[in-house]
Write a protein that binds this ligand. Structure first.
Ligand code: NAD
Length: 258
């Protein structure tokens, strides 16, 4: 299978940020995109953008942290066809010191970021293997490979996503399926801006100043754009990446080299 044209891609967290950018980029390559996420209005907006460029989009509201909701998502997506490309981008990143973080929030981060990825992989990998071709692309983070203060739950969830990626790559290596993770640094999205706003209040700086601090953690002295992450997802989904599997690829301007 060569080009991406006509393939069915399912993207979680598709209503904003990286998920939106990946959805638009895959649609531009000719994929029919199933857009999954919590906020119906956001999904409808992205679906409108895809259709505006002549693409096909199928928005489905879904909380990926709910097994039942992901079952329902699989059913809805099944009406479009076999999902050949799965991009797990749904995620949350509340910042707090470990001792300050309520157990409920800790569980919620692991439920959405890690279990959500597991639930989607469980439901969509089998049919990919059955069809003899598939791509799973997990949006992890550089926190999948290192630790940053005030991100215990998030860092643990992303380490878990990268671990899952590596094992699934081994278990699908001879079945025509590749499983990779993209590990972005600070990306210019709502998630980053919200964290900057919360941090600003704590450290007595303005949100733009905190964003500037985030940018300065990169040797390139800038935030990554969602489109840059999306272009790597397109590359990983395409035929040039047939032998790339089990990898966690950093997109962070050189901030973390490992
Ligand atoms: P974002 O907030 O714009 O996107 C996250 C999307 O996930 C939102 O549309 C949100 O509604 C959706 N979502 C959240 N919980 C969900 C749930 N339970 N079920 C379904 N959808 C849910 O932020 P983003 O920066 O685009 O984040 C996308 C992914 O990239 C996340 O997994 C995040 O951890 C990862 N990431 C982001 C950065 C960054 O700096 N922004 C860096 C590294 C990794």
């Amino acid at each position: 299978m060569d080009s991406l044209a006509g393939k069915i891609a399912l993207i979680t967290g598709a209503g904003s940020g990286i998920g939106r950018a990946v959805s638009l980029a895959l649609a531009r390559e000719g994929c029919r995109v199933v857009l999954a996420g919590r906020r119906e209005n956001r999904l409808a907006r992205v679906a409108g953008e895809v259709r505006g460029h002549g693409g096909e989009a199928f928005p489905v509201a879904c909380d990926v942290g709910s097994r039942e909701a992901v079952d329902a998502l699989a059913k809805s997506a099944g009406r479009v066809g076999v999902v050949q490309i799965l991009v797990n981008s749904a995620g949350i990143a509340p910042a707090a010191s470990f001792l300050e973080m309520e157990d409920e929030l800790l569980e919620e981060v692991l439920r959405v970021n890690f279990m959500g990825t597991c639930y989607c992989c469980k439901r969509f990998l089998g049919p990919m293997i059955g069809a003899g071709w598939g791509r799973v692309i997990n949006i992890a983070s550089t926190t999948a490979k290192t630790g940053y203060s005030h991100t215990a739950a998030y860092t643990a969830s992303k380490h878990a996503v990268l671990g899952l990626t590596r094992v699934l790559a081994l278990e699908t290596a001879r079945k025509g399926v590749t499983v990779n993770a993209i590990c972005p640094g600070y990306v210019d999205t709502e998630l980053t801006r919200e964290n900057a706003r919360l941090m600003a209040a704590k450290v007595g700086a303005t949100a733009p100043e905190v964003l500037e601090r985030f940018a300065r953690t990169s040797p390139q002295r800038r935030l990554v754009t969602p489109d840059e992450v999306a272009e790597l997802a397109v590359l990983l989904a395409g035929p040039a990446s047939d032998s790339v599997t089990g990898q966690g690829i950093n997109v962070d301007g050189g901030a973390f080299m490992g």
